[in-house]
Design a protein around this ligand. Sequence first.
Ligand SMILES: Nc1ncnc2c1ncn2[C@@H]1O[C@H](COP(=O)(O)OP(=O)(O)OP(=O)(O)O)[C@@H](O)[C@H]1O
Length: 248
Amino acid sequence: MNVPNLNPVLTLADVTRVHGVGAAQVHALRGITFTARPGELVAVMGPSGSGKSTLLHLAGGLDKPTAGDVIIDGTSVVGLSQTQRARLRRTTVGYVFQDFNLIPALTAAENVALPQELDGVRAGVARAAAIAALDEVGIADLADRYPDDMSGGQQQRIAIARAIVGDRRLILADEPTGALDTETGEEILQLLRARCDAGAAGVLVTHEPRHAAWADRVVFLRDGLVVDESGGRSMQGPDDLLSEEALR
Ligand SMILES: Nc1ncnc2c1ncn2[C@@H]1O[C@H](COP(=O)(O)OP(=O)(O)OP(=O)(O)O)[C@@H](O)[C@H]1O
């Protein structure tokens, strides 16, 4: 996709994140700069321990940088209180995790409506938005079913509906296809892609080059640094970085 030069929904500006203190310090990110613009899906790849999850946590406002700035939808997270960050997350950021993270005691629609209701949206309005989101991912007919009575692919569709409900502009996905078979995994990536094509910015952490091929760009991390960037859908990264072995 040809992504127009719009203001980024997400910017990490020269971000460093150090975990731990003293001798136990780990430099998870060492001054990286990263953006995701509306309409753009950016894949993040790299070996275990390279800083991918740390990047995603910062991108979602779950964590703050040790140095540098993280700007989500025009707001710098550095100066925000925990409550303000939580609100920014609920209104702007949607997460999709490998293990779905659904609440088993709630139906599909209730799972999707929950973030809106936590934000004070009236139940009827939140349900209508939830049904619309479930419709977008193709399972509106399963709205009143419980996650345990659904397939893995259907459960991940609920998680995607929950991530996009209320028109959230930044979608963060951490190995969202890990628990799914190949075909179902591709369907999930197609949904993420469609949401980005509709104007959201997406960040996809993945070990699979064939999944990264859905992205507009691929950013390769190693030891907390961006070591390479390449086009996704016509991806031609360095062979050593793309080999399955190097990425695990
Ligand atoms: N809370 C923490 N406390 C201390 N060190 C941490 C913490 N979180 C991450 N790290 C360290 O920071 C580095 C980057 O970790 P991170 O989880 O971001 O990597 P990753 O690329 O997501 O790895 P994986 O693919 O295995 O999930 C690693 O060396 C890790 O051990």
